[in-house]
Design a protein around this ligand. Structure first.
Ligand code: SF4
Length: 602
């Protein structure tokens, strides 16, 4: 009890710091003990239910022990494609427990986790906070043996990745795999040039410049950045905030990880530009927990930028320009990539989406007007301010200005990060990545679009194939249904559960999908999949549920033949379950006739 109290009392009595307290308790005990829940609730004047509800919301927190060492094995489809099953078995054999369990001696906890942003170097896992990539069964066994022998995960990393991954503050085996350096993000940038330039402009002029450039949000939704900043600035409020969404959780996306690793100066300067434009003094970088290994590096860059007057008080020598950035960490929840859920999480709560309106530009972080922008968007904003709107608008297509950073993974020779101009075709991407035989490409992650070779002439841009950056390639031998099943399981696991269409609808869709795959379905089941998918999309409360049926709907559209090959055609399907018979006894007792005229399918 004394230890729990010590950890809790180290933190201020500020409910927005709830996740930080839980994180410290979890790190110390390997879980959040009951006594700690009570202590935290007392300290922050919250109910125990609120504390428990927050602990149970996030993947990396737990009320029950997760082992003295905890292994989180990535469950992304790209991991499956690169041999995850054999690695999982090796972990299980050596640890002496199944995935989802703790070994009988409590030494090792072995758990699956959603995409950790390492799709170009799979299979991957996070072991006691340390990322391991390119795992093999032998390496998995060696890791567990090392842990049991007392060698920490950190000390088991003997080779580092490229670039800044080798620096003293990162020392990670993660690789950047930068395959194509484009004209915006990877162009030369003189640190401080953007903030120096805007001090000679009014905030309104900065917003106008960004509007003229045509910069649109790079997270996938594509909202015009200048307009968002204008809406935020217009709100009358004591404080305004800039929040950078560094919670890229869409399976197959890892490009923000590379910006955070190699271009954090550009990103933070972009946040300062946004701060100046909207009138904010504080920015929050919401960093996904899976990228926590980058935090010391990012904190160090922030310190440097303060010394150089790119951040802090009197930015660029201006007496009225003050802007600084704090880093807040998530704890493993895909939904926190949704901007209002992210704000809830940044405030220390469960990451559940908010009702809108009001929008974050009106009622955002701590209830104040807030612009939430993606990592790539803010980095691009810093470059366009220095080089001008006309330069930026000259890149890409008339309606999609600039470049897009893509994370390409799956069945290809050269997985990694590519910065391409908008308007690049999928065919060109496949040539760059070395995948001439691809049979399908998942554009935009599970919530995006699975296209067949007939559509490889389509373009990456907002008016055709919009994407936050995830491109997963499926080769000629790949079973598309394996990917669809993986994506639907992902959505079922990650739904915040707030609304029924998403919470229950995705489960029903997956069951129906399984029925088709198992060859027990009829033509009606395919129609049900379409109808139910559209229903979930049209009735869900947030973007998560509004896109979660896409793996089924887009493959039904683009790979219809694969589905039709699995169903029983031309015969009346006999379902496994006869509802009329099942309720007959109850109806007889109540002296009523069953109303079901036909047996229920499945
Ligand atoms: Fe939560 Fe899904 Fe509803 Fe969004 S759509 S609020 S994720 S249950």
């Amino acid at each position: 009890m004394a230890k729990e109290k010590d950890i809790v009392l180290r933190h201020p009595k500020d409910p927005s710091g709830l996740l930080d307290i839980i994180r410290d308790v979890q790190a110390h005990f390997g879980h959040v003990p009951t006594e700690a829940v009570s202590e935290i609730a007392r300290h922050l004047k919250l109910s125990e239910a609120e504390v428990r509800g927050t602990v149970t919301f996030y993947h990396f927190f737990s009320l029950s022990p997760r082992g003295r060492s905890t292994i989180y094995l990535n469950n992304a489809i790209t991991s499956w494609m690169k041999g995850r099953a054999a690695v999982a078995k090796a972990f299980e054999d050596e640890a002496g427990c199944r995935l989802g369990e703790v070994s009988p001696d409590g030494r090792i906890g072995l758990f699956p986790t959603a995409c950790i942003g390492m799709n170009d170097q799979e299979p991957s896992a996070i072991v006691d906070g340390v990322v391991f990539t390119c795992l093999t069964p032998d390496k998995a066994r060696a890791i567990v043996r090392g842990l049991k022998a007392g060698t920490s995960a950190r000390d088991q990393v003997l080779e580092y990745g490229d670039g800044t991954n080798q620096s003293a503050l990162v020392r990670s085996m993660v690789s950047n795999n930068i395959r194509k350096r484009g004209a915006v993000l990877f162009a030369d940038h003189e640190s401080g040039a953007a903030v120096r330039k805007i001090t000679a402009m009014t905030p309104e002029q900065v917003i106008e410049e960004v509007k003229k450039s045509g910069l649109m949000g790079r997270g996938g939704a594509g909202f015009p950045t200048g307009l968002k900043w204008e809406f935020c600035r217009r709100e009358k409020a004591a404080e305004r905030y800039v929040v950078c969404n560094a919670d890229e959780g869409e399976p197959g996306t890892f490009k923000d990880r590379v910006i955070l690793t190699e271009l954090p100066r550009l990103l933070f300067e972009g946040m300062a530009v946004a701060g100046y434009a909207v009138g904010a003094k504080e920015g929050v970088l919401y960093l996904r927990s899976e990228y926590s290994y980058l935090k010391p590096h990012l904190e160090s860059v922030l310190e440097e930028l303060r010394r150089e007057h790119v951040l802090g008080r009197n930015v660029a020598g201006s007496p009225s320009f003050h802007f600084d950035v704090v880093i807040k960490s998530g704890a493993g929840a895909y939904i926190c990539g949704e901007e209002s859920a992210l704000l809830e999480s940044a405030e220390g709560k469960r990451g559940e989406p908010r009702d809108r309106p009001p929008f974050p530009v009106q009622f955002g972080y701590l209830g104040q007007p807030t612009t939430v922008n993606n990592v790539e968007t803010l980095a691009a904003a810093a470059q366009l301010i220095v080089r001008g709107a006309a330069w930026f608008k000259g890149l890409g297509t008339p309606k999609s200005a600039g470049t897009k950073l893509l994370s390409i993974s799956g069945d290809c020779d050269r997985p990694g990060v590519y910065e391409v101009e908008f308007g690049t075709t999928v065919k060109e991407l496949l040539e760059m990545a070395g995948a001439p035989e691809a049979k399908a490409v998942q554009v935009g992650g599970p919530s995006g679009n699975c296209i067949s070779s007939a559509e490889f002439g389509r373009k990456i841009c907002f008016s055709d194939l919009a994407t936050g950056g995830s491109i997963i390639i499926f080769g000629p031998e790949r079973d598309i249904f394996e990917a669809v099943g993986n994506f639907m399981d992902f959505f079922i696991e990650e739904s915040c559960g707030w609304c029924v269409p998403c919470r229950a609808g995705n489960v029903l869709l997956k069951r129906k999908f399984d029925k088709v795959i198992q060859g027990r379905a009829s033509e009606q089941d395919l129609k049900d999949l379409e109808d139910w998918g559209k229903l979930v999309k049209s009735t869900s409360r947030c973007g998560f549920g509004q896109t979660s049926p896409n793996p089924i709907l887009t493959t039904l559209k683009n790979f219809r033949g694969l589905y039709e090959a699995r169903i029983q055609k031309g015969t009346a399907f006999v379902p496994d379950f006869d509802l009329t018979a099942a309720i007959q006894e109850g109806c007889s007792a109540a002296n009523r006739q069953p109303e079901c005229k036909e047996s229920l399918h499945d």
